[in-house]
Design a protein around this ligand. Structure first.
Ligand code: ATP
Length: 311
């Protein structure tokens, strides 16, 4: 499998301090990868090395199996830096021309790409307005449009939705999913964990310059499944049978009257994911009127806080 990003012990410090150290990371192609960490953890330092803005002190990094130093490799990436200040006096279109030229695209290629990127970021018909007059959200969108100009296979986005309202965020999330489905890889730096959890296939967590987790967070969050079971009214005997089943019941409560959905008892079991079908079969066997069986997963936020505090 060709990896979009592969680093081995990649290190860059600032006079021996800060930065990031010994980062060994793999990001598969055709995925959305979330890179998380508290402020000052080393996220930007890693991204800047990968896009060629900083030279690693030691270690190696490859993009699509090729060393990051190769110019040809860099042509395959797009980058949206955090809080980038665009040229206020240019129109959106002029800015795109400028960035297209910086990418080394010729006039024809730029003209062809502009309508595509404007459509992708929802700025069609706003390209003649000055960037200085754009709202913060529009400025973020035009930045994203610049990053998309060369139709990159790998896109580095640093906080791409921080200035957007909820509708704008949803639009950008949908765009990222579309890009991934088209075969692109997106490396996403964001503090908005609830956003990452809806789109990311894999994540890495960095703390004080070192990686403390990488992988599919859903696997990790789902390891210790809890399962919510909602039942109808239960006879005394059914309660007894329920308690005799070989599952650990963590909680039980009568559902408050305000809960509109059917069922009146809510039971929480501690289970592994593989045990869910067996639990369901056993509940049906003891004639429990079953309304709902739902796995409860930990949120990415909970996982993140655990790693950042404990590791
Ligand atoms: N140019 C620099 N000179 C000295 N130290 C630096 C420099 N750039 C970053 N650092 C230090 O390196 C560490 C990592 O910084 P970096 O900007 O990579 O973190 P970050 O995770 O991107 O932070 P944030 O989320 O706040 O943007 C921090 O301790 C920072 O102070």
């Amino acid at each position: 499998m060709v990896l979009a990003i592969e680093t081995k012990k990649l290190t860059k410090t600032y006079g021996g301090k800060g930065g990031c150290q010994d980062i060994t990371l793999t990001v598969p192609t055709r995925s959305i990868f979330g890179f998380l960490g508290p402020n000052g953890a080393g996220k930007s330092t890693l991204v800047k090395m990968l896009v060629g803005l900083l030279h690693p002190e030691s270690g190696q990094a490859k993009l699509f199996g090729r060393p990051i130093e190769e110019e040809k490799t860099r042509e395959r990436i797009g980058f949206l830096p955090e809080n980038f200040r665009y040229h206020d006096w240019l129109t959106g279109e002029e800015l795109l021309y400028h960035h297209g030229a910086l990418f080394g695209l010729n006039q024809k290629a730029i003209e062809g790409a502009i309508p595509r990127v404007l459509r992708q970021v929802g700025l069609t018909n706003r390209e003649k307005e000055k960037v200085g007059k754009y709202s913060k959200g529009m400025q973020q969108r035009i930045g994203l449009a610049c990053a998309l100009l060369p139709n990159p296979e790998l896109l580095f986005l640093d906080e791409p939705t921080s200035a957007l309202d909820p509708i704008g965020r949803k639009e950008v999330r949908d765009l990222l999913v579309t890009l991934r489905d088209e075969g692109k890889t997106i490396f996403l730096n964001s503090h908005l964990l609830s956003e990452l959890e809806t789109v990311c296939d894999g994540i890495a967590i960095i703390k004080k310059g070192r990686l403390v987790f990488q992988g599919d967070w859903r696997e990790l969050a789902g390891k210790g499944y809890r399962v919510k079971v909602v039942t109808g009214e239960l006879e005394q005997e059914q309660w007894a049978q329920l308690h005799s089943l070989p599952y650990e019941m963590l909680a039980q409560q009568r559902r408050p009257a305000s809960v509109a959905t059917a069922g009146c008892h809510e039971l929480i079991f501690a289970l592994s994911v593989e045990e869910i079908p067996a639990l369901t079969r056993d509940l049906v066997a003891v004639k429990v009127p079953l309304y709902e069986v739902t796995p409860i997963m930990d949120s990415l936020e909970k996982l993140f806080l655990e790693y950042v505090h404990e590791a």
